[in-house]
Design a protein around this ligand. Structure first.
Ligand code: PXL
Length: 269
């Protein structure tokens, strides 16, 4: 039997990010994946590839989680990943559903703001995510922007700042933290910082180009999720995920869209 994990995430239609990236990543790890879909994002090529966003009815989110957790009991399914939730009503439902079962691993990719949302709505969303879901996370994977928001640091410009942010986010959440610097920090390496309250490790790989590759963040968190589902420690999961994402970025695909997309299929994890 494979290990099992499910993702509570949005669809990004072109297959770069979101639930699609999660499922592809799980598959490469040999982890059986399921999806509770929270929203549908369709890029708009007529409008600078901005996000068109439609939330899934909160009841339908609960129904999907009910189906998944009823099919796979607590012994079989102990790991869940949380990606884009979108609106406060969805966040409330997901928080409720998470409290109905004990999980060994709750991996939160704290997708705070989605382009195309009203700033006001986005603020509500951030607040709901921080108060209702962050306390349930065992592992959290903020990107550069989310690390600033969650740590309260105004500007994360280098490795020292990112380390401080990871520590603050751990202190606030109690979760293991993998704070993603990616290409956004100065220097030749793509740096991510792992901190779980005792172990601090800076993961580094030479940058592959200077541009953000779509789906890299989702894939990193999904790879952490898959590795944890297979019994890795949080630190080992972070190391394996970093290697997997680096390989996927090296194998990235181009399209008519103005950004490259990670390809998880090049390397079996
Ligand atoms: O990369 C963040 C993200 C997560 N989930 C969905 C998305 C995106 C970004 O486009 O569309 C569904």
């Amino acid at each position: 039997m494979p290990s099992f994990a499910y993702t509570i995430a949005g669809s990004e239609a072109t297959g770069g990010a979101g639930a699609q990236a999660d499922l592809k990543t799980f598959q490469q790890f040999g982890v059986f994946g399921a999806i509770a879909l929270t929203c549908i994002v369709s890029f708009d090529p007529k409008n600078n590839w901005g996000h068109r966003f439609v939330p899934v009815d909160p009841q339908v989110i609960s129904d999907q989680i009910e189906a998944i957790t009823s099919a796979y009991g607590p012994d079989q399914l102990q790991t869940v990943k949380i990606g884009m939730l979108g609106v406060p009503a969805s966040i409330e439902r997901v928080a409720q559903a998470l409290s109905e079962r004990e999980y060994q691993n709750v991996v939160l990719d704290p997708v705070l703001i989605c382009k195309g949302q009203e700033p006001g709505a986005a603020l509500d969303t951030d607040q709901a995510l921080i108060t209702q879901v962050l306390p349930k996370a065992t592992f959290v994977t903020p990107n550069h922007f989310e690390s600033e928001r969650l740590s309260g640091l105004e500007h994360i410009g280098n490795e020292t700042d990112l380390i401080e942010a990871a520590k603050r986010i751990h202190d606030r959440s109690g979760a293991a933290v993998l704070a993603k610097g990616g290409v956004r920090l100065e220097g030749p390496d793509a740096i991510d910082v792992f901190y779980d309250g005792t172990t601090l490790e800076v993961l580094r790989e030479p940058k592959v180009g200077e541009h953000v590759v779509a789906g890299a963040g989702c894939t990193l968190a999904a790879a952490v999720t898959a590795a944890l589902a297979q019994g890795d420690t949080p630190l080992e999961a972070a190391r394996r995920a970093k290697r997997f994402v680096t390989d996927g970025i090296k194998a990235r695909v181009t399209s008519q869209a103005p950004f490259d997309v990670i390809w998880q299929g090049a390397v079996q994890a």
